[in-house]
Design a protein. Structure first.
Lengths: 301, 151
């Protein structure tokens, strides 16, 4: 991993995942370090994402490093028409590592080709957001004690949800059984199903999760957005089928945990928040440890 | 008889590319950059073909292609056949093979892809050769054969 960019979750192998997760557990025990002392990291956010930026900047500061950058393209020279290439060419001279968020897909891969320092993709449009995937995996491992042979439920928008796609790719090396639950319009794209077929990973597709919820080890909720529907009537008909509320959790497994990449809107009722099976807020905190692990692995410290 | 002779006007040395789908002739021309070749070139298009319905043919005098150069046309003319001509004789017949990677040539179909916003040479990995589909190395979206737009 040393000096290698992290653009797509598939840039890393199973061994890499495990190393990162192990390191993250160390950071959870002892978050403050001086290992990044004297190092400078750029956080270039061409579109705002407060949650992700704060998580990365917390991770860098807890490692003793310094941060430069911008949180919004309007405060950078992009508004003057500077190309991404030129921005990266300039920044790469100043720093030891670049963390980048960009609204266009493929921007991070392109930046990693131009930069002379490693690039961590903190989200490129609807494409990839690998540190989110690794923190999802960390949360799964922490709550289940293992990554292998789990029943993973993915509920909601499986068509456009990039976190869902990346998590499916990453978890598929740990022999899971996937349950894909979504409205017809937002089903898991064929290319992912074909991939799972090829590597002999079991999956089921359902329009509704209640009858099977007792099978779940992990429930990964995503938001069903109204603007994804061509027909607003279809949205009204389906929207309530993908909302989780506390009374649905009675027959679930004791080890079951609910994850959500956040922000949540209404897909998880607030009455779930106090249930010990709700894990999404801790999941967000895990992001800091996982990002500490990613950064220190890439910088080789 | 005279018409027929015109269509199959022979070349002494060079390459004949046959079995190009007629609608893709100009894509083939642009992929192999015929505009940069100075020797004599003859085209025929909308010719009858049992296999393709209507086909096109290109004859390029004094030009032999490297595999890398010519395999690119498999993206738009997967059934194309090459006849290598020396001294009016066909000395070799070749078929084109879909390459494993494609650099340039094709535009990524994803309007949100960085390659459609900055001046970047596109790069694709071929994920299927039978019905050609290309995976963009930048945005990771798949462009299928029928969506392919040649740059």
């Amino acid at each position: 991993m040393k000096n290698r960019s992290l653009v797509s979750i598939t840039d890393y192998s199973k061994e890499d995942y495990l190393k990162i997760l192990e390191k993250a557990a160390d950071f959870e025990k002892q978050p403050n370090h001086e290992t990044l002392k004297g190092k400078l990291v750029a956080t270039l956010f061409f579109e705002p994402s407060t949650r992700t930026r704060l998580s990365f900047e917390t991770a860098i500061n807890r490692l003793g490093g310094h941060v430069i950058g911008f949180s919004d393209a309007s405060s950078s020279s992009v508004t003057k028409g500077e190309t991404l290439k030129d921005t990266i060419k300039m920044v790469t001279n100043y720093v030891d590592l670049i963390v980048m968020r960009h609204p266009l897909e493929g921007a991070a891969r392109y930046a990693s080709e131009i930069a002379s320092v490693p690039v961590i993709n903190a989200g490129d449009g609807a494409n990839q957001h690998p540190s989110q995937t690794l923190l999802d995996m960390y949360s799964i491992k922490k709550t289940q004690g293992k990554l292998e042979n789990l029943n993973i439920f993915m509920i909601g928008d499986l068509k456009y949800g990039r976190t869902v796609h990346s998590l499916v790719m990453a978890m598929s090396v740990f022999n899971p059984t996937f349950y894909f639950i979504s409205p017809e319009e937002l089903k898991m794209p064929k290319e992912y199903l074909l991939y799972l077929d090829q590597i002999h990973i079991k999956y089921y597709e359902y329009p509704d999760f209640l009858p099977i919820i007792s099978e779940a080890d992990i429930i990964y909720m995503t938001r069903v957005q109204k603007e994804r529907f061509q027909d607003p009537i279809e949205y009204e008909k389906t929207k309530n089928s993908y909302v989780l509320s506390n009374n649905m959790l009675d027959n679930t497994r004791a080890n079951m945990k609910i994850l959500h990449p956040l922000p949540r809107v209404n897909e998880i009722n607030t009455d779930v928040d106090d249930n010990p099976k709700a894990y999404y807020f801790t999941q967000a905190l895990n992001g800091v440890y996982v990002r500490q692990a990613i950064i220190s692995s890439i910088l080789g410290i | 008889m005279k018409d027929k002779q015109l269509i199959v006007n022979a070349i002494k040395n060079g390459t004949v590319i046959d079995h190009i789908p007629a609608k893709n002739l100009f894509k083939v021309i642009s992929i192999i950059k015929l505009e940069n070749i100075d020797s004599q070139i003859t085209f025929g298009t909308n010719l009858e073909s049992k296999k393709l319905g209507s086909k096109a043919i290109i004859k390029i005098a004094d030009k032999y292609f490297l595999d890398d150069e010519i395999n690119k046309i498999a993206l738009v003319a997967p059934q194309a056949k090459l006849n290598i001509i020396r001294d009016f004789e066909v000395i070799e017949k070749r078929v084109v093979e879909v390459p494993d990677k494609v650099t340039g040539i094709v535009k990524c179909l994803n309007p949100r892809c960085i390659t459609n916003h900055e001046n970047i040479t596109t790069k694709f990995t071929i994920v299927s050769k039978s019905e050609v589909s290309l995976k963009c190395e930048y945005c990771e979206k798949i462009t299928h054969q029928d969506q392919m737009e040649i740059i």
